[in-house]
Every structure is written in structure tokens, then in C-alpha cells.
Design a protein around this ligand. Structure first.
Ligand SMILES: C[S@@+](CC[C@H](N)C(=O)[O-])C[C@H]1O[C@@H](n2cnc3c(N)ncnc32)[C@H](O)[C@@H]1O
Length: 355
């Protein structure tokens, strides 16, 4: 293959002999940096602005669409997620309640809050195009008298300007595949400090990242290489080890341990700190372990929880499991205690094989 077609079309002309533009490392690198930063909502917001400023930038427009539609559609159709949120809202919303939502998306959960009896729902959405779509959807469904969509990030909201008074309930589904990548901890703390009544209900109340050891031919093929066409390619494995989002379909895998809670957060806590811990996974079968499968558990309250327990194939879902491969596959035996170092920095997680 000869270079990336986006580079060929989009990159500014290189300086003679240097392969870089006078303006910087090139448009492709700008897109990579935005997408690679890991916060999907923020990436979509920035790409939307770039597309408005430079409509001729084909790759930015394509990345904007790809990033925004690829995961929203199956998320909106995730029946288990939607039912759990509807049930928790039905329980939490007292007559006359004012609900603040962070992250409207299509407006679906805000409309559920209205249907559950909220007198007022203020929902904010940092991607302006999505806020416009949500406002249209709310109008179309006859709920614009109850639900107000504010086209802003939650940290830009002000009581008195964007919401008449602090809210009784905080509703949020700003939970990424890696649990923390949409900055739910930071956004919740900020909302609790400035935008909610004391003792406001939080939905979800707790969130957790779940982990288990996994192996199998398909996962190994995705993450490492050995003999190919009679050639030993194994030195190429030095480039392996990066985490892999198993979107849009989970490959066949072999579960090699029971699941463990990696990290769990109570959203009414007053502060959150980066953390590291050692997780011990007793292996339940002999096999070659490729790494840690990680997924999310969202506890809306004490009764309703939703968890995207990995299953092979495509399931419409709000979340996809992530494979955190070890530096190289390792052989495990049933009964063996496999120790893994887990770390999070309030936004992302990492898992490393010990021993
Ligand atoms: C996972 S989607 C959920 C959408 C919708 N609430 C639902 O559950 O169907 C999260 C949405 O929140 C937006 N978002 C994330 N963090 C935000 C923040 N701090 N303020 C406003 N919008 C945010 C993202 O742009 C995205 O559209």
C-alpha cells in the first residue's frame, strides 16, 4: 500500500526535503490527536467545529460522522440499558422534580425522565449539532414544554442562566466503553458542587469496571503474530499490547477466569483519586491467555443495574468490551492464581500481567 489517502488529499504541502508543513505536523496528525485523546464526546465537539471552520476538509467531516454515528445508533437501541434507566427514573422522580441531565445525545433519557413525571428536565449536550437534533426530537415528541436542551458542556452551565434553580436529580449516561473516558467523575463532582440541591439523587449511583482473563484463537490473531507463510514474524510483536475496543462485534473468545471488579466508584463521594491495585484471577481452565477483557457495570440505584457482559457476536449495546492484551500471550493452568496490576488515572485504565 502507498500512504494514507487522507494524507494525500488533505495534508498541507510538505517543505522540500522534510516531509512536514510549515504550519505543523499536518492535518492527519491533528485528527489523530483529537480522536486519540480518548474522550469521544469532546472529539466529536472539536471535529464539528473544525468542519464548520474548514468545510473543504473532507477527512475531518468523515471522522466527525464516523465517530458520532458509529456508537450512538446501537446505544439508543440497547433495550437492557434503556429499560434499566426508565425503571430507575420511575423510582427516583417525585412529582414536581427538576431533573438535570448531562449529555442529551438524542434526548432519549431526558424524555424518559419527563415521562416518569418530572416537572422540568434540563439536559445539556456539548456537541451543538446533537443538541439541535435532541431539541427537534423533544419537540416532535411533544415534550418541549418539559424538556429544555441546552447546547453546552455541563461545566459551562450556570444556575440562573441555564437552569432556574439547582436540580433534585442528576441523570447521566456519559459512560464510555472504558467506564471513565467520558469524564463522568469530573462532570459529576462539578454538577454536585454547583448545579444540584444537597442530597440530590444521582442516577447512576455507582459505576464499576469489570475484568476477566480471556484467550482463544480469534483474540490471539487480533493481537499477535507468529509463523506466517513459513516465515517467523514474531519480532513484530514488539508493536502489540495496545488496548482494542471490540466494536462492532466481539470475536469468539474463551473465558479463563471468573469476573472481578477492577474499580468501583460511588458517585456521591467527595473526591476521586487515581489508583493502582493487584487483581488476582484464579484460572478456571487451561489455555493461552491473551489479556484482560474489560467491560462496564452501571448501578443506577440499589435495584437496577446494567452490565455489558461480553458475548461473542453483535448485540445492540451502549458499550463494547475492551481487550487489554498482555505484552505476549501467556499459558495458564486451571487453579493457577494469575496476578494482574490494574491502574486508572480517572479517565482511562491499564492492565499488566505480573510475574
Ligand atoms: C453516551 S451518550 C448518551 C446520550 C443519551 N443520554 C442516551 O443515553 O441515549 C453521551 C452524550 O453526552 C455528551 N456529553 C458527554 N459529556 C458531556 C458533558 N460534560 N456535557 C455535555 N454533554 C456531554 C456526548 O457528546 C454524548 O452525546
Amino acid at each position: 500500500m502507498s500512504g494514507n489517502p487522507d494524507d494525500a488529499i488533505d495534508a498541507p504541502p510538505p517543505l522540500a526535503g522534510h516531509g512536514r508543513s510549515a504550519a505543523g505536523p499536518g492535518r492527519r496528525a491533528v485528527l489523530d490527536a483529537i480522536v486519540g485523546a480518548g474522550d469521544k464526546g469532546e472529539a466529536i465537539r472539536l471535529l464539528e467545529q473544525l468542519t464548520a471552520l474548514a468545510p473543504e476538509w473532507v477527512a475531518a467531516a468523515a471522522t466527525f460522522r464516523k465517530l458520532s454515528n458509529a456508537w450512538h445508533f446501537p446505544m439508543m437501541r440497547d433495550a437492557a440499558r434503556n429499560q434499566a434507566y426508565a425503571a430507575a427514573l420511575g423510582k427516583a422522580i417525585a412529582p414536581g422534580a427538576h431533573v438535570l441531565e448531562i449529555g442529551a445525545g438524542s434526548g432519549l433519557l431526558a424524555m424518559m425522565a419527563a415521562r416518569a413525571g418530572a416537572a422540568r428536565v434540563t439536559t445539556c449536550e456539548k456537541v451543538v449539532a446533537m443538541a439541535e437534533a435532541a431539541a427537534e426530537i423533544v419537540r416532535r415528541n411533544g415534550l418541549d414544554g418539559v424538556v429544555r436542551v441546552v447546547p453546552k458542556a455541563s461545566h459551562e452551565l450556570r444556575v440562573g442562566a441555564d437552569l432556574p434553580e439547582p436540580a433534585d436529580v442528576l441523570l447521566a449516561e456519559i459512560i464510555g466503553d472504558e467506564l471513565l473516558d467520558e469524564q463522568i467523575l469530573q462532570a459529576t463532582l462539578d454538577a454536585r458542587r454547583r448545579l444540584l440541591k444537597p442530597n440530590a439523587r444521582l442516577i447512576p449511583a455507582r459505576i464499576a469496571s469489570m475484568a476477566a482473563l480471556a484467550g482463544g484463537e480469534a483474540l490471539e490473531q487480533l493481537t499477535s503474530v507468529g509463523d506466517v507463510s513459513g516465515f517467523d514474524l514474531s519480532p513484530f510483536n514488539r508493536f502489540g499490547g495496545g488496548k482494542l475496543n471490540l466494536f462492532p462485534a466481539v470475536p469468539a473468545f474463551v473465558l479463563l477466569s471468573a469476573k472481578r471488579v477492577a474499580f468501583r466508584f460511588t458517585l456521591s463521594d467527595d473526591q476521586f483519586r487515581p489508583a493502582e491495585k493487584t487483581l488476582e484471577f484464579p484460572a478456571i481452565a487451561d489455555g493461552r491467555c491473551v489479556g484482560v477483557l474489560q467491560w462496564v457495570r452501571v448501578e443506577l440505584d440499589d435495584d437496577f443495574a446494567v452490565e455489558n457482559v461480553p458475548a461473542a457476536g453483535f448485540v445492540a449495546s451502549g458499550w463494547w468490551p475492551i481487550l487489554h492484551p498482555f505484552a505476549a500471550p501467556t499459558t495458564v493452568a486451571a487453579g493457577q492464581a494469575v496476578r494482574v496490576r490494574a491502574a486508572h488515572d480517572l479517565t482511562s485504565q491499564a492492565f499488566r500481567l505480573l510475574d
